[in-house]
Design a protein around this ligand. Structure first.
Ligand SMILES: [Zn+2]
Length: 306
């Protein structure tokens, strides 16, 4: 455990201000949260964007951690420079290297508190299992979408995003603050328990595996011609079927799941997330799966923290 360190990130998106506020309070009142002897580094992902309460200045920091950007000096965008700085300092080979990263976000969607993992790295699955087993959070497994890449946590050996919503961008909110604080506390407790060999791994991990993201119906000029259907708005994580409505317009026309080629039962997430408008994503569709806990996940995780 000599140089084991956990990197905690808030404000990767500068208009998601609840987690940065919690970090600031923690810095001013170190007794607010017990570190359980862990070496923990809290850091603000994009401080300039946070100051301006903007998601980013030049490009999305949370799409800037690609090997291409991190390993080249030809890019000068503020966010790419920031990604390189964070990676070079806190990445696996950095001066202050961290093995685990937890990246705290908020969302305008009704996601409650959830974990997002990227791909199927065994150590991520083990850590997510520990948190899910403790407080039952849903896990969104994001994979197989080549249009979205360069997520911060992918650049570290292990980690996940915590997404908490709904909350408007740039707004402090009681429930979001308390959920952020609680999730942070549980993460520190569970990581600390794993180091002392007191972890309790579950038999299963329930994941919501990303299938596809879908855009609003648009006219020839690209304008949206329909909005999220009232039955779906605010109902992230609810299973829907082929006849379920996704979009409607003012003439009463409805676009249903059956209008897309998709599985019979899916679970929408990030429904109407404000920040995804620029990415042409109205929602993402997932499939709920129950995975048997694999001992290899545990081995990979312990190898990392030992
Ligand atoms: Zn975010």
């Amino acid at each position: 455990m000599s140089n084991f360190q956990v990197l905690l990130v808030a404000g990767t998106h500068g208009n998601e201000i609840n987690a940065p506020w919690v970090f600031d309070q923690w810095e001013q009142n170190p007794d607010l949260l017990d570190r359980h002897g862990l070496q923990v580094i809290p850091v603000i992902g994009n401080p300039i964007a946070l100051e301006k309460c903007q998601r980013y200045l030049q490009r999305d920091l949370n799409r800037s951690f690609t090997p291409e950007f991190l390993n080249s000096s030809k890019f000068t965008d503020l966010e790419i420079s920031r990604a390189k700085y964070l990676f070079e300092l806190f990445g696996p080979k950095g001066k202050s290297s961290s093995q685990i990263v937890i990246d705290f976000h908020s969302t305008t969607s009704c996601m409650g508190t959830s974990l997002v993992i990227y791909g199927r790295r065994p150590a991520d699955l083990a850590l997510a299992s520990l948190i899910q087993n403790r407080i039952g959070l849903p896990v969104y497994l994001y994979e197989g979408d080549s249009s979205q890449k360069g997520f911060l946590v992918e650049a570290w050996p292990c980690g996940f995003v915590v997404e908490i919503g709904p909350v408007p961008q740039g707004t402090l909110n009681s429930r979001i603050i308390k959920q952020t604080f609680l999730t942070l506390k549980i993460c520190l407790e569970e990581i600390s328990k794993s180091i002392t060999g007191k972890s309790c791994f579950p038999e299963n991990l329930i994941v919501h595996r990303h299938l596809k993201s879908i855009d609003f119906p648009r006219d020839f000029s690209g304008k949206p011609i329909a909005f999220i259907h009232g039955d779906l708005e605010g109902r992230d994580w609810k299973t829907i079927t082929q006849e379920s409505p996704l979009f409607e317009d003012l003439k009463g026309e409805i676009v249903r799941l059956s209008d897309y080629s998709c599985q019979d039962e899916v679970v929408p997430v990030f429904v109407n997330e404000a920040a995804y408008t620029e990415k042409n994503i109205a929602m993402s569709l997932t499939k709920r799966e129950v995975w048997t806990f694999d001992e290899n996940w545990k081995d990979a995780f312990y190898e990392l923290i030992s």
